[in-house]
Write a protein that binds this ligand. Structure first.
Ligand SMILES: Cc1cc2nc3c(=O)[nH]c(=O)nc-3n(C[C@H](O)[C@H](O)[C@H](O)COP(=O)(O)OP(=O)(O)OC[C@H]3O[C@@H](n4cnc5c(N)ncnc54)[C@H](O)[C@@H]3O)c2cc1C
Length: 418
């Protein structure tokens, strides 16, 4: 779909660029359109790359404080020691050298949607014609929980290594407590995958005591059959799954975790708080005033905010109801990039965009399962909806799926960052 649309666009790029210059209300007719992207994860990096690929006349500036992206995808394998940090760390160099993306190593702190400017921590003011926010997620506070001491590791990086240290510190026969927040959260099968790998690691190192899984949801959120089977067979006697159980507070000085049912004594823990859109999305008023809003409402044809014009939100921060995954962030970024290229050409967005998602989950150190779904735009409701018969999952974890996982991840990393 994309290549066909873009081929058509590139064939007629001269005429379209002229139309784009005329349609831009703020800019002189000869000036190049400016797209500014905040956040260089799977969403923001893909957006920056594809806007430049599909129309190199558009200036793209990526604001991202880190020199490289550390992928959450495969990060549970760093926790177990199967992979190293370098395997999940991707530099931004190619976006600059191959696609001409300007990279500003800074943090965006405020948006002025009237004058179309972004302010950064170091005091820069960066002007845009179109702004794309892709800052990922933020977390609710849990009383007593300090994630710099007890890592959630739901953003990869130093916390991934801190979680690995937690796992290594479990004494023989000890208790590891992990919690799963209320959905929707980043990567639906991810926490269950992590529980399996913690149990696998303890078993392989002959330290198996107990892994207590506190799930704020009434049941397993994704691949229920696969994970229930793993919990009750492969990890029988090790994983204790407790649905409907929410962490209310943590006292890590005495290693006690209090839930809506009881207080549990742990030796090590991984508490993953409930999630919401990235801080800047909230600060910019992009959630609106609906009580309890956590994700930014957008038009799924372009990912433009329904509240603030010329500001688009993609990836985990947006609220279209599609799964929050890196694969989906990459797909949304391409829909948004296509809509921006069309906008500057004076065209309407594609009226029937499609996206898809895939998650691979290692279940043991040698096997994995997978889950996939395709979404399509439903014109009657204005929503993205799962395309009938596309929701599929591996019937059982296998060694073959484990091998395929690395090929899938390699392709996704390359398509997003190089
Ligand atoms: C354990 C685990 C396993 C996973 N497995 C899979 C999987 O198998 N398949 C899959 O598809 N997905 C998986 N995911 C989910 C995937 O990692 C996320 O959905 C994806 O990273 C979302 O991309 P994003 O670009 O929206 O956010 P992020 O990747 O979090 O990127 C956000 C970026 O924005 C930057 N940023 C934030 N605020 C600012 C600011 N103010 N100024 C400038 N920059 C800013 C951050 O530094 C960061 O680089 C997994 C996640 C976890 C935790």
């Amino acid at each position: 779909m994309f290549s066909h649309n873009r081929r058509k666009l590139l064939q007629t790029s001269g005429a379209l660029l002229a139309a784009g210059a005329m349609s831009s209300p703020l800019r002189a007719q000869t000036a190049a359109p400016r797209v500014v992207v905040i956040g260089g994860g799977f969403a923001g990096a893909t957006l920056a790359k594809y806007v430049r690929l599909w129309n190199p006349k558009i200036q793209v500036t990526l604001i991202e404080p880190n020199p490289s992206h550390v992928s959450c995808i495969l990060s549970n394998l760093v926790m177990t020691g199967a992979l190293g940090m370098t395997d999940i760390t991707i530099r931004y160099d190619t976006l600059r050298t191959k696609y001409g993306v300007s990279i500003v190593a800074d943090r965006a702190v405020a948006i002025d949607p009237v004058n179309r400017r972004v302010s950064t921590l170091n005091g820069s003011q960066i002007a845009y014609d179109k702004l794309v926010l892709a800052p990922g997620i933020d977390f609710d506070a849990i009383p007593g929980l300090d994630s710099s001491v007890l890592p959630h590791a739901w953003q990869a990086g130093p916390q991934t290594l801190a979680l690995k240290a937690q796992l290594q510190a479990v004494p023989a026969g000890g208790t590891f407590v992990m919690s799963i927040p209320q959905a929707p959260y980043r990567c639906p099968p991810g926490p269950y995958e992590r529980a399996c790998l913690i149990a696998d690691s303890l078993l392989r190192n002959r330290r198996a005591g107990k892994v207590i899984v506190l799930d704020a949801n009434p049941d397993v959120v994704a691949e229920a059959h696969t994970f229930h089977t793993a919990f009750s067979t492969t990890y029988a006697g090790v994983i204790e799954y407790r649905p409907g159980t929410e962490v209310l507070s943590v006292d890590w000085a005495s290693k006690k975790i209090t839930t809506n049912w009881d207080t549990i004594q742990a030796d090590a823990a991984n508490i993953i708080p409930r999630q919401k859109a990235g801080k800047l999305v909230v600060a910019a008023g992009l959630l609106g005033s609906a009580p309890g809003a956590r994700w930014a409402p957008v038009n799924p044809l372009s990912y433009e905010s329904t509240l603030v014009p010329n500001v688009h939100v993609i990836g985990d921060s947006q609220g279209t109801g599609q799964p929050k995954s890196g694969h989906m962030a990459n797909a949304q970024a391409k829909v948004c990039a296509d809509a921006l290229v069309r906008y500057f050409a004076g065209e309407a967005p594609d009226p029937a965009p499609m996206t898809n998602s895939a998650c691979y989950s290692p279940i043991t150190s040698k096997t994995a399962s997978w889950l996939t779904v395709v979404f399509g735009y439903d014109a009657a409701s204005g929503l993205m909806k799962p395309v009938p018969n596309t929701l599929a999952e591996a019937p059982a974890p296998t060694r073959g799926h484990y091998e395929d996982m690395f090929g899938w991840a390699k392709n996704l990393f390359a398509d997003s960052f190089s």
